[in-house]
Design a protein. Structure first.
Length: 366
């Protein structure tokens, strides 16, 4: 791969690769993941000739809340609503949603109006309408999309002349951009396995659809990476081929790196490389403390330390590192000032970074 001036060139290259391979991309927030997924959406929904299905932030535009009625609504007249209605997917959507939420929240879907309500039952047995949280709302949107994906791939598994609907006859790839949002580890694992089972099912039935997964979530990435890599190592068929990329943005330029092997947590290597570049260019910012702390916390867990400060046992400036990292990686302070650091802060972070890389033999390359 290499460096690119804009995302259009990356989209063209990825679209070409999607003809033969599934693709998993790790990227930080604000590096263009969602825009990349939009660039790959070439559908003419008016003609219902769908060549790609994309789950990204734009999916939210298909839904709205009526705060007075406590009603979540999917916008009627869209291809998405029509497909759910025609295929009677309300039961499937509820089943998927129920894999994530507590049993006391009961969704109901009215396919004639597109309205969805969520109920809890009180001690007396009466139903009460509630407004679900933002996280639950996102999970419901995912449940809708996943149910559509399942039905679309089931249709494609049938002979073309036997399909009840032709809308997905031209479907070539499925794009899933960061389905993870404020989920606990159990929900992350559950959602990851849903996607992996769908990919496995598509391959097993020889359906000519490929997947592009984009994420900034380290746990989701590692679950998907390791599972797909193991499958690829066990089966050498073309249908099981998958490639792994890092997408990064440096100044006004994009980098797309091919990941040859899992480097424990690939995001950490990228973050350390970014801190190294910032040190070398004398461009450290408070956000770099956030990155450094994230790496330290994950490394300490992996090595079995109780806290990240234990990584600096014997280091002469441990207390100074603890204070300055804690203060500058706190979200409140990062948002207040993302610009310049004092010379003392720069020196403490630089020294701590160099100690960590040398002490734990981190290979960052040039």
């Amino acid at each position: 791969m290499g460096k690119y001036k804009d995302l259009d060139d990356i989209a063209k290259e990825i679209a070409e690769s999607l003809n033969t391979k599934d693709i998993l991309v790790y990227a930080f927030n604000a590096t263009g993941k969602t825009r990349l997924s939009v660039l790959l959406d070439k559908n003419d929904y008016e003609e219902e000739n769908i060549k790609s299905l994309s789950y990204n932030a734009i999916v939210e535009d298909y839904f709205s809340w009526d705060n007075e009625k406590f009603t979540f609504k999917i916008i009627t007249g869209t291809w998405l609503f029509n497909f759910i209605n025609d295929e009677g997917l309300d039961g499937d959507i509820i089943d998927v949603f129920n894999t994530f939420i507590e049993a006391d929240i009961k969704p109901e879907i009215d396919l004639t109006t597109g309205e969805m309500r969520f109920y809890v039952t009180d001690i007396g047995g009466s139903k009460k309408t509630v407004k679900i949280s933002k996280g639950e709302e996102r999970l419901f949107q995912w449940s809708v999309f996943y149910s559509v994906l399942k039905r679309a791939t089931d249709l494609l598994a049938e002979k073309e002349e036997d399909r009840s609907l032709k809308v997905f006859n031209q479907l070539k790839y499925i794009v899933i951009d960061d389905p993870i949002s404020s989920l606990d580890d159990y929900k992350v694992y559950t959602l990851s396995m849903q996607i992996l089972e769908l990919i496995k099912s598509v391959h097993a039935r020889k359906i000519s659809v490929k997947f592009l997964l984009l994420t900034h979530h380290a746990l989701f990435y590692n679950i998907v990476f390791n599972t797909l890599k193991n499958r690829m190592n066990c089966k050498k068929q073309a249908d099981d081929k998958v490639v792994f990329y890092f997408l990064n943005k440096i100044d006004e330029e994009y980098e797309l790196e091919d990941v040859k092997k899992n480097q424990l947590a690939v995001s950490h290597i990228v973050m350390l490389k970014e801190i190294k570049r910032a040190i070398q260019s004398n461009n450290l910012r408070k956000k770099d403390f956030n990155k450094f702390r994230s790496v330290l916390e994950k490394t300490s867990i992996y090595l079995g330390f109780k806290k990240w400060e234990d990584l600096f046992e014997g280091y002469k400036e441990t207390e100074a590192v603890r204070k300055i990292v804690n203060m500058n990686s706190h979200e409140k302070y990062v948002e207040m000032d993302t610009e310049f650091l004092t010379n003392e802060q720069i020196q403490i972070l630089t020294n701590a970074f160099n100690y960590f890389v040398e002490e734990y033999k981190v290979q960052l390359g040039e």
